[in-house]
Design a protein around this ligand. Structure first.
Ligand code: MG
Length: 202
């Protein structure tokens, strides 16, 4: 069974680490509960260029290199490998973060990994969305937390396991979710869902 895994905020606590960096550098007091828009945490009155610049600064910082996997993430990868899921990763990480990602995944999750698909406009092609990337690989079950990507996938008939986050509240009831979204509150619940989907496909 082919599956797609998002990296940030599905396998790693990216947003929390970014906010820690942002708070110390820009004297903000943001927490993950302030994030309604993933691309503009805290709804700050800054331009798109400034937002991207802050992300780049974060990627170059030690804080980025120190992000650790979410509790249970390694066990999930082990479960998926042991049960012969064919794993793909998809991420909009770009620039320095993109370069570092294969080594970081190998460090934290071991091998074999799986192909990493780098998507999104900051990787040079706005039309290469996660939905398109997964579609091209004939993947029909993924793990993803970002609303835009979730709906991009459900509109193509791809089933999505969604870890509950402040920025995706209510996504399961969105008209374009098409009944394909399964909300989960923990990695243990994510593993159970993969297990259930696997049994159904056998
Ligand atoms: Mg994510």
């Amino acid at each position: 069974m082919k599956i797609g895994l998002d990296i940030d905020d599905c396998l790693y606590g990216y947003m929390a680490a970014f906010l820690e960096f942002h708070n110390s550098k820009y004297r903000t007091h943001l927490t993950v509960l302030d994030v309604n828009d993933y691309y503009n945490p805290g709804d700050l009155p800054i331009t798109e260029e400034e937002r991207v610049e802050r992300v780049i600064q974060f990627q170059q910082s030690e804080k980025f290199d120190q992000i650790t996997p979410l509790p249970g993430a390694r066990a999930m990868l082990d479960y998926l490998r042991e049960n012969e899921f064919e794993i793909y990763f998809a991420t909009a990480r770009f620039g320095f973060a993109k370069e570092k990602t294969p080594a970081i995944l190998k460090r934290d999750f071991g091998e074999p990994l799986g192909e990493i698909l780098f998507t999104g406009h900051l990787n040079g092609d706005a039309s290469y969305t996660k939905g398109r990337a997964y579609d091209e690989k004939s993947i029909d079950l993924i793990l993803e937390d970002h609303t835009e990507n979730i709906l991009d996938c459900t509109s193509r008939g791809i089933r999505v396991i969604v870890p509950h986050k402040k920025w995706n509240v209510g996504i399961e009831n969105h008209p374009e979710a098409c009944g394909l979204v399964k909300k989960v509150s923990s990695i243990a619940a994510t593993i159970k869902t993969f297990e259930m989907m696997r049994e159904r496909s056998l």
